[in-house]
Design a protein. Structure first.
Length: 596
């Protein structure tokens, strides 16, 4: 027995000694990293021009952790916050921004424009460079118009013309193949499923799209006219002449210079003076990630981007799940509300909608945060409609860009029955079930009259609940909400006239309102982004991303604490959501097929 106790004592001492050595090793590592940090700073040059490439599509926010093999992608919110930091960074003299492939939406352009104005107001220059403006939409050009100069190549295409789009209708094809669409919508403007139900555009859909596009066009033209110091009529006339050549755009004063990339680089170097180095915006953002999320913050930014889905994201080592997951987003809102240093929350929403249950879970978390005394201000991105509007409905203030697509207060639910299609191609089907409605969602049988009635009752209940929550959240009469609901989409500008939105503007407008409601001086605003990347894979992706250019002291400490070893020791492995914009504006009940 004595020998056994002695052995236990030896084992215990060995474990304690091992833990002590581990702690000492960590301390030494921190000191080494601190020394390197002091010697190198963030590893960037002392005289820089930033380079920003907007020729590929960019998500609004909440890009989430990188996959195991790829980097985290730049988002609009990354850019907005980085430009604010760059404006205060004396090493940065200006920026060259490449665009022109039609990747920037008008609402994104309006957000980016506001960020560029803040950047330029601190004495920085911005040069917009376009090999051509190939897209007929106005987003790229609206963003470019916020620059000091716009350059294009000789004899290149200037196609920016206006706003427009098309729809495809499959009902005729479905009839031919014996497929039967059965989709209940509330109400007549809820058109996301019309491609299955109709053979042509409906009158309500044409009405709402025409009004939406006219409003977006008007706001874009107003932005261009103000930025280029041109009369509105001159801008409209110049756009009506597209497609045209860069030389025509120069004569119309839509651009400033014609030249090639090397000439633009020479102009940027001249304005930045000798010894300037070009740094990619992504590298500059990565150099700051060591500071992000460290220390106290008084405003939480909760990023909600993509389709709203039930459940939680489970990242594999090779992929990152996209979208707004109800469990994860509600948890992020609750985490922000629990943070005692946070005095207000900015909920950044860029979503076309999705699951009713997930949307309701997120809205409940927002209301709970408000009940804890945390004011919530919604900042809408390109799209904050249907479920995206649902999760915004109780906010203390809602801010949208003039070109934001919002509203769509309505419901879709149903299915497409393929029983006739199966018979047409000689495929037999058989179903066996216990319970009258067990196979109600089966694609191989249409709804019975009783099931169709039940489905419509479901749509009515959800629609009534949706409009009631909007009325309570917006403090509007229910009749007024129902008059502007009906599944109709509105531009941000038109939504304001119907009191669905409080203010026109972007993130910084929302942040200012949040500071006011949280009794924070504008100069004292500090931010923390939720959901935060944590866990084994999150820590690993951060380490891989930060390897080159981030040796700042606090960044090193944060990276160390987020490392796999620390995660394993602390048992804090988690997965948080990421997002990409969806394509259809919807609030979907349980029966609607995915992808509408």
């Amino acid at each position: 027995m004595i020998r056994f106790l002695a052995w236990c004592r030896a084992v215990l001492l060995s474990v304690v000694t091992g833990l002590a050595k581990f702690v000492v090793l960590i301390a030494i590592l921190v000191l080494v990293l601190a020394g390197i940090s002091l010697a190198r700073g963030d590893g960037l040059a002392g005289n820089m021009v930033l380079s920003l490439d907007l020729r590929d599509a960019i998500s609004d926010s909440a890009a989430g952790p990188a996959s195991f093999l790829t980097s985290r992608k730049l988002t609009v919110m990354d850019l907005v916050l980085a430009l604010d930091a760059a404006g205060r960074d004396r090493r940065i003299k200006g920026m060259v921004m490449r665009l022109g492939d039609g990747a920037v939406s008008t609402a994104q352009a309006q957000e980016i424009t506001a960020a560029l104005k803040r950047f330029r107001a601190r004495g920085k220059f911005v040069i917009a460079e376009a090999d051509a403006f190939n897209g007929a939409g106005l987003g790229d050009y609206v963003a470019a118009s916020a620059a000091d100069q716009i350059w294009m190549q000789p004899k290149s295409n200037f196609a920016a013309a206006g706003t427009g789009g098309g729809e495809i209708f499959l009902r005729g094809l479905l009839d031919k193949v014996g497929a039967q669409p059965q989709i209940a919508k509330r109400a007549e403007y809820k058109s996301a499923a019309d491609m299955f139900m109709e053979k042509d555009i409906t009158a309500p859909d044409r009405e709402q799209l025409q009004a939406l596009m006219q409003s977006v066009y008007d706001s874009a033209v107003a932005d261009i006219a103000a930025a280029r110091r041109l009369p509105r009529a001159a801008v409209v006339a110049a756009l009506q002449a597209s497609p045209q050549f860069s030389e025509d755009a120069l004569k119309a004063k839509l651009i400033d210079r014609i030249g090639y990339e090397d000439q633009i680089e020479a102009e940027a170097a001249r304005r930045a003076r000798a010894g300037v180095k070009t740094v990619k915006m992504a590298d500059y953002i990565r150099s700051r990630e060591g500071e992000a999320g460290f220390g106290a913050a008084n405003i939480a930014i909760v990023e909600a981007s993509g389709e709203i889905r039930d459940g939680t994201a489970h990242n594999s080592p090779f992929t990152a799940a996209g979208g707004i997951f109800g469990d994860d987003m509600a948890a992020a809102v609750r985490a922000a509300a629990r943070n005692t240093t946070v005095k207000a929350i900015v909920l950044r929403v860029d979503s076309p909608g999705g699951s009713v249950t997930a949307s309701d879970k997120i809205l409940h978390a927002v209301k709970a945060a408000q009940a804890r005394g945390k004011p919530v201000v919604v900042s809408m991105g390109s799209v904050a409609a249907s479920g995206g509007y649902y999760i915004s409905a109780s906010a203390d203030r809602i801010v949208a860009e003039p070109a934001t697509i919002t509203g769509s207060i309505g419901v879709l639910t149903g299915k497409v029955s393929l029983a006739g299609t199966a018979k047409l191609i000689g495929v037999g089907t058989a179903e066996v079930a216990v319970g009258a409605n067990t196979l109600m969602d089966s694609p191989f049988s249409p709804y019975t009259p009783q099931q169709w009635a039940a489905l419509n009752r479901e749509a009515d209940v959800i629609y009534d609940d949706f409009t009631t929550k909007v009325a309570k959240g917006r403090k509007l009469p229910l009749e007024e909400v129902r008059a502007v609901a009906k599944g109709r989409v509105w531009s941000g500008a038109d939504a304001k006239t119907h009191r669905l939105v409080d203010e026109m503007g972007g993130f910084w407008t929302a942040a200012g309102l949040a500071a006011k409601l949280g009794k924070i001086a504008p100069a004292d605003m500090t931010f923390r982004v939720y959901p935060q990347r944590r866990g084994l894979l999150g820590g690993l992706s951060l380490m891989l991303e930060r390897l080159d250019a981030r040796l700042a002291l606090w960044g090193r400490v944060e990276s160390l604490l987020a490392s796999p070893a620390a995660d394993a020791l602390l048992g804090e492995i988690s997965a948080l959501p990421a997002g990409t914009p969806g394509s259809a504006v919807q609030l979907r009940a349980a029966h609607l097929p995915r992808g509408l």
